[in-house]
Design a protein around this ligand. Structure first.
Ligand SMILES: [Zn+2]
Ligand SMILES: [Zn+2]
Length: 267
């Protein structure tokens, strides 16, 4: 089975014209999955996606966590998925300690949005996912808890994809990703900061919630994945710095990429 993976938003925290915040599309013959609803969701308005979306009546959207750079796009859904049913899969209460329906309803409500969740012109069914194995449209989806500033989860879709964003480096991610074709992992800094006393504080602060490019590459190498994509790039860093991150990662794991928003990969 071939699946098409499109990273709609390659950035974290603050959207920029080049890099919207985190959102990814996985299009398979069996189903259409979205991961996170950052501002990158807005790229679905591009004409090349509209035919596919019109043909799809049921869409599964998985949320890694509730930080706004990953959920701001929930209120865009009527623009691109009107008439569709969206099965929304946030992490379950046992992972976050929060009632998922309550959290989603607190984002999609007045005065932040003109309508409440129940009155949205898109059917949004909140169906939380706990840790472990699930199946949607016959496709296996595994969920794993990560370590972030607030609780977050990673997703594994069969042997195609692991989507792991907003996590400090976690050795368990290697086993979780073993043999997968594509690992999409966040990278917030290069990792060279660790080696310089003048900047090691940046590494210390980052590692509470995020991962370096070097750490992500080491996980990919240990897991024996096919390819690694670095995502959730830091909008405060320059293109040159992002290139340096890529170079550092490739030194450890050669098939590493940084994508542009909207770039597709066959997996
Ligand atoms: Zn984020
Ligand atoms: Zn976050």
């Amino acid at each position: 089975m071939t699946a098409i993976f499109t990273l709609l938003g390659t950035g974290g925290w603050i959207p920029t014209p080049r890099r919207e915040t985190t959102c990814a599309l996985l299009s398979m013959p069996e189903a259409l999955f979205l991961f996170d609803a950052g501002t990158g969701l807005s790229r679905l308005l591009e004409e090349r996606f509209s035919r596919e979306l019109k043909a799809e009546r049921e869409i599964h959207m998985f949320l890694s966590h509730y930080h706004l750079d990953h959920v701001a796009g929930l209120v865009y859904l009527p623009a691109m998925l009107k008439g569709c049913t969206v099965h929304l899969h946030p992490p379950a209460a046992e992972v976050t300690g929060l009632d998922p329906l309550e959290v989603i309803a607190s984002i999609i409500r007045k005065p932040f949005n003109p309508t409440s969740l129940a009155d949205m012109p898109v059917d949004i069914l909140v169906e939380p996912v706990g840790e472990g194995e699930h199946s949607f449209c016959g496709v296996s989806v595994r969920v794993r808890r990560q370590v972030h500033a607030d609780a977050s989860v990673a997703f594994r879709v069969g042997d195609h994809l692991v989507f792991a964003t907003d996590t400090s480096v976690d050795p368990g991610t290697a086993a979780f990703s073993a043999g997968v074709r594509l690992l999409v992992h966040e990278a917030w800094i290069d990792g060279l900061e660790e080696e310089d006393p003048a900047t090691e504080y940046i590494a210390r602060e980052t590692y509470v919630a995020h991962t370096s490019a070097r750490q992500a590459a080491a996980l990919a190498a240990e897991a024996g994945v096919g390819e690694l994509v670095l995502c959730h790039l830091n909008p405060l860093r320059s293109d040159d710095y992002h290139q340096q991150m890529l170079d550092s990662a490739r030194h450890i794991f050669l098939p590493t990429m940084i994508l542009e928003d909207g770039e597709e990969l066959s997996i």
